[in-house]
Design a protein. Sequence first.
Length: 276
Amino acid sequence: MRSIARDTRRRAASLDLMLVAAGLTLYAGIAIVPLLLLGLYGAGLVIEPGRVAALVRDLAAFAPPTMGARAIVRSLADAGPTLGVGSLIASVLAATTYGEGMLRAVDALEGEQRGNRSLAGRIRVLPYVGVFPLVTVAGLLTVAVLPDVLGGGTTGQVLGVYLTFWIGWLSATALLVVLYRLFSARRLRWAATVWGALATGSVLAGMSLGWVLVLRYGVAVGEAFGGSDDVGRVVLFTVYLLLVQVTVLVGYLLVLAVDAHLTPPRRPPPAPHPEL
């Protein structure tokens, strides 16, 4: 484990990781809302759309009250489950933008130069876009079941946070496995991909849950921006999105390090026998 950690740190130190992650953040910022809309639309195909909208509105109550997040979540609840054909096509096109950014980022990490990145990245990300609604369904079903199972007391709230972390961890792991397998420039071992995704998914789940809890209890986001909460919200969301992309890319470097340690060293060919 120490050797893998050293290898991952060495790979990260040799790259301008923040610059690569900043570029990927731009693509993620374009794709995130369409991706969420597609997730809710897919959930509406499995669950009744009205039920999906109701569950998402219930989630809005847990959003930070000072960030305008509740209004955003309610807007997603109203639009996502009942997307029209035109909106569905537009959402797919916008969501696949992340594939282009991810392909460019992975090429930067691996020193590759794959051609036609825009089209190739958008095509590669389609299975990821297809898996996202399944994860959304699992999350919404959990939201529907947890309150009745755990109750509303202190113990139930603590267990709810604990189970939310696990659900977020497993969901993030599933999405990362798909993402790393789709965009790697090499053939990765499944064990390396799963272990790397598990480690990265745990960090993402903990970071996201901690971020929500901190914001829920109040942060003066506009103090550093002339008292403008609107500007503060945009900056804070951008910083969070950047940290997510940094974590995803470090996770990919971890996968590469694990894969390298799982690959047995090549043995030199046997020396030819001298002719008698």
